[in-house]
Design a protein around this ligand. Structure first.
Ligand code: CP
Ligand code: NVA
Length: 329
C-alpha cells in the first residue's frame, strides 16, 4: 500500500518509481470515476491555497476543478506579501495555520522548498524555473493511455531547450521509471551536466538510457513519444532572438515525426504552444523574425499523432490524485 499522506511534491527526485506509478494509476482511476458521473469527497472540508507568481491556464484550472470535484475550498493568491514585505518562513507559517495544502508556481525552487519546510502542510510545485513535476505525471499518464505498454518499454525524445523545467522533470521521471530519454537540442541547451550524470547513473539501475544529441533526426529514431515545449520559458522573455537562432532547426515538423520510423508515435506538448499566428507573441515573432510557427508546426499540432488536449485534461486528474493522496484525512 503506497501511503503519501502529508508528503509534498516539490520535484520527482523525492519520489520512488512505485510512488510515481501509483499516482498515475490513481489518476486513471479518478478519471474513470469522474467519467462515470460519480461524485467525489476525497478533499471534503479541506482548504487549499494556490499561489501564482507566474501566469497559468491549465495548472490553476486543474487545481481548482480537482479541488471542487472532491469537496475542497480554494483561495487563489497572486499578489501576496510573500517575499516582499514578509519572509518566506513567516508566510509559510501563516498559510499553514489556514490551509491543508499549498500549491506554488513561481521562479525559484527555493521558494517552494521554504513553503514546505515551514508550513507543516503538503506543498505542491505547480512549476518553478527548475522543475514542473505535476506536468510529467500528466504526460506519462497520457503516454500510458495511448501507447498501452509499460513505461520501461517506451522511448521519449524531448526536442528543444534541454535544460528547461519540463525537460529536466521528464528526464527525472524517465530515469525513475526505466524509460529511455533523449534530449534533442543544440550543444548550448543540453541538459544540466550534473543532473544528466545523476540520471544516467539512476538509469543504469532502472534500465533507462538517458542522454542528449544535437542530431535531431538520429535522436527521434524509434521514439514512442516526441515532446516539445516553448523555446523561451516564463521569466526569460528577452531571449527570443537567441533561442530562435539556436532552435529553429529543432522545430517539430512532419519530417521529424516521420524520422521516428514509428507510425504510432505520439506528439506531446505541455502547452501553451506557438503553432500558428493566433497569439500576440506568435504574431510579434512572425513580424520580427519571419517565423510563423515556432517549436511545432500547425500540421503536427493538429495531426492524429498529437495527444496534447488529452494531456491537458490529464493535468486535472493527476493533480487530483496528488492532492487526494497527500492531503487526505
Ligand atoms: N502546462 C502548463 O503548466 O500550463 P499553464 O502554464 O497554462 O498552467
Ligand atoms: N517551460 C515552460 C513550461 C510552461 C508550462 C515555462 O516555464 O514557461
Amino acid at each position: 500500500m503506497t501511503d503519501l499522506k502529508g508528503r509534498s511534491l516539490l520535484t520527482l527526485l523525492d519520489f520512488t518509481a512505485e510512488e510515481i506509478s501509483y499516482l498515475i494509476d490513481y489518476a486513471i482511476e479518478l478519471k474513470e470515476r469522474k467519467r462515470s458521473g460519480r461524485k467525489g469527497d476525497l478533499l471534503e472540508g479541506k482548504n487549499i491555497v494556490l499561489l501564482f507568481d507566474k501566469a497559468s491556464t491549465r495548472t490553476r484550472c486543474a487545481f481548482e476543478v480537482a479541488a471542487f470535484d472532491e469537496g475542497a475550498r480554494v483561495t487563489y493568491l497572486s499578489n501576496s506579501q510573500m517575499g516582499k514585505k514578509e519572509s518566506m518562513e513567516d508566510t509559510a507559517r501563516v498559510l499553514g495555520r489556514f490551509y491543508d495544502g499549498i500549491e506554488f508556481r513561481g521562479y525559484k525552487q527555493e521558494t517552494v522548498e521554504a513553503l514546505a519546510r515551514w508550513s507543516g502542510v503538503p506543498v505542491w510545485n505547480g512549476l518553478t524555473d527548475t522543475y514542473h513535476p505535476t506536468q510529467v505525471l500528466a504526460d506519462f499518464m497520457t503516454a500510458k493511455e495511448h501507447l498501452g505498454k509499460p513505461f520501461h518499454e517506451m522511448k521519449l525524445v524531448f526536442v528543444g531547450d534541454g535544460r528547461n523545467n519540463v525537460a529536466t522533470s521528464l528526464m527525472i521521471g524517465a530515469a525513475k521509471l526505466g524509460m529511455d530519454f533523449t534530449a534533442a537540442c543544440p550543444e548550448e541547451l543540453h541538459p544540466d551536466e550534473s543532473m544528466l550524470n545523476a540520471m544516467q547513473v539512476l538509469g543504469k539501475e532502472t534500465g533507462a538510457e538517458i542522454g542528449w544529441s544535437s542530431d535531431l533526426h538520429e535522436a527521434v529514431k524509434g521514439a514512442d513519444v516526441i515532446y516539445t515545449d516553448v523555446w523561451v520559458s516564463m521569466g526569460e522573455d528577452d531571449k527570443f532572438a537567441e533561442r530562435i537562432g539556436l532552435l529553429k532547426p529543432y522545430q517539430v515538423s512532419m519530417d521529424v515525426i516521420r524520422a521516428s520510423g514509428n507510425p504510432n508515435v505520439i506528439f506531446e506538448h505541455c502547452l501553451p504552444a506557438f503553432h500558428d499566428l493566433e497569439t500576440e507573441i506568435g504574431r510579434d515573432v512572425a513580424q520580427k523574425y519571419g517565423l510563423e510557427e515556432m517549436e511545432v508546426t500547425d500540421e503536427v499540432f493538429r495531426s492524429s499523432h498529437s495527444v496534447v488536449f488529452d494531456e491537458a485534461e490529464n493535468r486535472m486528474h493527476t493533480i487530483k490524485a496528488v492532492m487526494a493522496a497527500t492531503c487526505c484525512s
